[in-house]
Each structure stands twice: as structure tokens, then as C-alpha cells.
Ligand binder design. Structure first.
Ligand code: ATP
Ligand code: MG
Length: 321
């Protein structure tokens, strides 16, 4: 693997709290890598350690094969997109983007102008370069923040919940845009979020964190379908614990007839049936008193509350933890 960023047993212990507690992660060149976990699990602290805003208690950070944990932030070839964007309100879009370049040595006016033009095109803000931040939309401000960091051509771009200030619809749209921009620039992104859907839909690789430690790393599909721990299974979505195995709601099937494969089935009674637009959400009470959630395509769901049903699933859809 062509590693661009490696965290080796990285730890940050505050007097009263072990925010990061022995984290080891490898990120490949050009990869979209998400770090996901619940509030307070140490995501922002990890990012601040990489950027150099915090000093680690122990461990090392290797950037392109060189140790950087002892370097100052400006000596590290990483840039950060913050949650609140932190744009300069009195500078135009173009001036905001050029700001970091102007402070670097060896940059001529012409080369700065050329880079700014190229990046404006990349984030689709050409024509809006002379506006002030309060004269563009939230999604556009987000893209300025991104452009301002990308124009510095870092080895790794760090993003701390960059979409959380946007409304849900724009947020979904920006997921796709961000991913496309990442592919076009080919820079490794370390994307921090506590949103499962975001991490699952955008990442090449993702790492799930819990209380300062790593629970699992892998592709979104691997982590979702074969979670290594109960924590990962339940953090990434609903899980039905059926006959000692875990089954996701979308893998649960209901039928009136007894299924052939009785080893992967049980019986229950439909309690609620809720129309969700893209699917129907059914809660069934099982023989043992537990509840099972099923998400069924519309055409496969004419079950009514009170009805007895067989609940079944395919063995390949279960995981055991
Ligand atoms: N300077 C500090 N001093 C003491 N404790 C701190 C400090 N900074 C962070 N912490 C604690 O470390 C833990 C991890 O914080 P961090 O900000 O990294 O969490 P997070 O995963 O980014 O959470 P969120 O999703 O809410 O942003 C929290 O319990 C926090 O209170
Ligand atoms: Mg945070």
C-alpha cells in the first residue's frame, strides 16, 4: 500500500480524559478515508494532533514517510477544512482562496491567479469570485472553504464535519460533489463525521472509533456487512439479534407461509407498519417477546398489524458477534 499518512499508537491524554488512546491508522495516497464515531470519541482531537494544534502524549504521525509529530502546524503538508468554514468576511471569494498562497514563498502573482482560477473552476464557483462570503449560499461557502485548502495542494486534506452546517438536502447533494472533487484532485481526504450515511456513501476506507480507540477499519461494505464488534454493528445501523445472529432490517423477510430454511427463521406478530416513502418499516413482536424491525420494498409488504408472520433471512445476511 502506498501510504501517505500513518498514525502509530497515537495517544492524547488530557488530565481528566484519555481523548485518543492508542490509535493506529494508515491512509493511502488519493484515498477518501472517513473517521467516524459518536460525540466525544476523540475524532476532532485526532485531527488536531495531525494538523499540529495539539501535541501527542505518545505515538507518532508519519506524513509521506517522515515523522511530523514534533513539527509546527505550518511545517506539515496538511490543511484543514473546519466545520464553520472560518472564511474572512471582508475578503472576496477569490481573495479568500488566494490568502494561503500569498503567505507562501516562491509564489508569483501570476501563478497565484492561475491556481485560483483553476480551483474556482474545479469547485464550480467561476463567475462568483468577486462576491463576499455573505453574498453566496451556504453550499457555496462550503466550496470556498474547500477550495481555499485544496489550492495549497496538501498531501492530506483534513475535514472536520464539513457538511454539518448545511440543511439535509444540500448536505446529501454536497456528499456527491465533495467525492467528485476529491477524485478529480486526487488528494487524500481524512473526513471526520458522526453521520453513518455520510461515511458509508463517501469513503474508500473508513475507521470506526469509540472512546479514543479504534474498533474497526475497512471498506464501508465490509464494515457494514461484517462488523467486528457489537458497537460497530449498532453504530452503523439498526440490528436485529435473531437466534444469536445479527440481521440488518433490510435483510429481514416476512412471509405468511413457513419458509423452507427453518434454521434462519422465527415467528412473530406484526405490531406496526409505517410508510416511509422509499420502503415500508414493519415492527414485529417475536415469540420470545423481543422486537424485530424489517424494512421492506412496497410491493413485498401487504402485512397488517395483528397478523401472524414468519420472519426469515438468508444465512449470508447474518453476522455473529
Ligand atoms: N483541551 C481538552 N481538555 C480536556 N478534555 C478535552 C479537551 N479537548 C477535548 N477533550 C475531551 O476529549 C474527548 C474527545 O473530544 P473530541 O472533541 O475529540 O470529540 P469528537 O469525537 O470530535 O466529538 P464531536 O462528535 O462531539 O465533535 C471529549 O470527552 C472532550 O471533552
Ligand atoms: Mg468533533
Amino acid at each position: 500500500m502506498d501510504t501517505v499518512l500513518e498514525l502509530i499508537a497515537l495517544a492524547k491524554h488530557f488530565p481528566t480524559h484519555r481523548a485518543v488512546d492508542g490509535l493506529s491508522i494508515r491512509i493511502a495516497r488519493g484515498e477518501f478515508f472517513s473517521l467516524i464515531g459518536p460525540s466525544g470519541c476523540g475524532k476532532t482531537t485526532t485531527l488536531r494532533l495531525i494538523a499540529g494544534f495539539e501535541n501527542p502524549t505518545s505515538g507518532e504521525i508519519m506524513l509521506d514517510g517522515k515523522p511530523v509529530a514534533a513539527l509546527k502546524p505550518y511545517q506539515r503538508d496538511v490543511t484543514t477544512v473546519f466545520q464553520n468554514y472560518a472564511l474572512f468576511p471582508h475578503l472576496t471569494v477569490a481573495q479568500n482562496i488566494a490568502f494561503g498562497l500569498q503567505r507562501r514563498a516562491n509564489q508569483t502573482r501570476a501563478s497565484i491567479a492561475e491556481k485560483v482560477t483553476r480551483i474556482l473552476d474545479l469547485v464550480q464557483l467561476s463567475g462568483k469570485e468577486d462576491r463576499l462570503p455573505n453574498q453566496i449560499s451556504g453550499g457555496e461557502r462550503q466550496r470556498v472553504a474547500l477550495a481555499r485548502s485544496l489550492v495549497l495542494e496538501p498531501k492530506v486534506l483534513l475535514l472536520d464535519e464539513p457538511l454539518s452546517a448545511l440543511d439535509p438536502k444540500l448536505r446529501r447533494q454536497m456528499r456527491l460533489e465533495l467525492k467528485l472533487i476529491q477524485r478529480r484532485v486526487g488528494i487524500a481526504f481524512l473526513f471526520i463525521t458522526h453521520d453513518q450515511e455520510e461515511a458509508l456513501s463517501m469513503s474508500d476506507q473508513m475507521a470506526v472509533m469509540n472512546q479514543g480507540r479504534l474498533e474497526q477499519t475497512g471498506t464501508p461494505e465490509a464494515v457494514y456487512r461484517t462488523p467486528a464488534t457489537k458497537f460497530v454493528a449498532e453504530f452503523l445501523g439498526d440490528v436485529n439479534w435473531l437466534r444469536g445472529a445479527g440481521v440488518r432490517p433490510e435483510a429481514v423477510r416476512l412471509s405468511r407461509q413457513r419458509p423452507l430454511d427453518v434454521a434462519h427463521s422465527t415467528v412473530g406478530t406484526v405490531e406496526t407498519r409505517t410508510f416511509l416513502g422509499n420502503c415500508i418499516h414493519v415492527v414485529a413482536k417475536l415469540e420470545d417477546g423481543s422486537h424485530c424491525i424489517a424494512e421492506l420494498p412496497q410491493q413485498h409488504c401487504d402485512f397488517e398489524p395483528g397478523e401472524s408472520v414468519h420472519v426469515w433471512w438468508h444465512s449470508y445476511d447474518e453476522f455473529r458477534l
